[in-house]
Ligand binder design. Structure first.
Ligand code: DC
Length: 233
């Protein structure tokens, strides 16, 4: 039997492929909520580092996950990253460093972390009308999504984009180190046994190496409009 489709868009892909820019813009065009699942993994990694928990399963980690109160709020300034409020504190700005990306990747391989965050994401998406971006949103979190995309780009272009982004925030960037981190993180995300980074079989593949972000958004939007009538919900 075919699974009924939900009005959910998933955009998966490796780090730096332009997912955030594209997902935010597409969500705004569709008047859908934008769900940044990577920010949730980063927030868990941040909290664990703050209280001194290593990236391995433990009763303390289970307790932290069970008591975690996390809210994702729209940015105060259009185009900014979502605000991530954990236990009442906005920690969004602490999460966007390459180091926090690496740490989030390590925590994201742990079954208890994936289980807790997948459930939270499914609750947020239960009503539909969201654009979810991540690594497994089309394969595991929302297999019933009506529209699935996988956004890729060459590692060099992705490193260049991340460097530009970080420099615009006034940060010092070593491009070679950034490229090495991006390649390592993607390898780890692709090779983990649980919910690895992968395109869903029914995802549309797009490569943003040569296509600008606004064109990627335009193609996704056109596809969604063209197929809206044929989706169940
Ligand atoms: O998208 P991002 O760079 O903020 O993600 C940070 C890390 O979180 C990424 O390297 C792997 C993990 N992640 C995941 O495992 N599954 C997701 N759906 C989103 C992110």
């Amino acid at each position: 039997m075919l699974t009924p489709r939900k009005r959910i868009v998933t955009i998966d892909g490796p780090s730096g492929g332009g997912k955030s820019t594209v997902s935010r813009a597409l969500a705004a065009k569709l008047h859908f909520t934008y769900l940044d699942t990577g920010a949730m993994y980063r927030a868990v990694a941040y909290q664990c580092r703050r209280v001194g928990l290593a990236a391995k399963e433990s009763p303390e980690l289970a307790e932290l996950l069970a008591s975690l109160k996390m809210e994702l709020l729209p940015p105060l300034v259009n185009g900014d990253d979502v605000r991530v409020v954990v236990d009442g504190a906005d920690i969004g700005h602490e999460l966007r460093t390459p180091e926090m990306g690496m740490l989030a990747s390590q925590f994201s391989a742990l079954p208890m972390v994936r289980y807790a965050l997948t459930r939270m994401q499914q609750e947020i998406g239960a009503g539909g009308r969201i654009v979810a971006e991540g690594r497994d949103t089309g394969t595991v979190v929302f297999p019933e999504a009506a529209w699935k995309f996988f956004l890729d780009a060459s590692a060099e272009v992705r490193a260049q984009r991340r460097a530009t982004q970080l420099r615009s925030k006034g940060e010092n960037v070593d491009k070679e180190q950034l490229l090495a981190q991006i390649i390592k993180r993607d390898q780890d995300d692709r090779q983990r046994s649980l919910a690895p980074l992968a395109a869903a079989p029914d995802a549309i593949l797009l490569d943003s190496t040569t296509i600008p972000a606004d064109e990627v958004v335009a193609r996704m939007y056109a596809h969604i409009l063209a197929t809206s009538c044929c989706r169940d919900q």
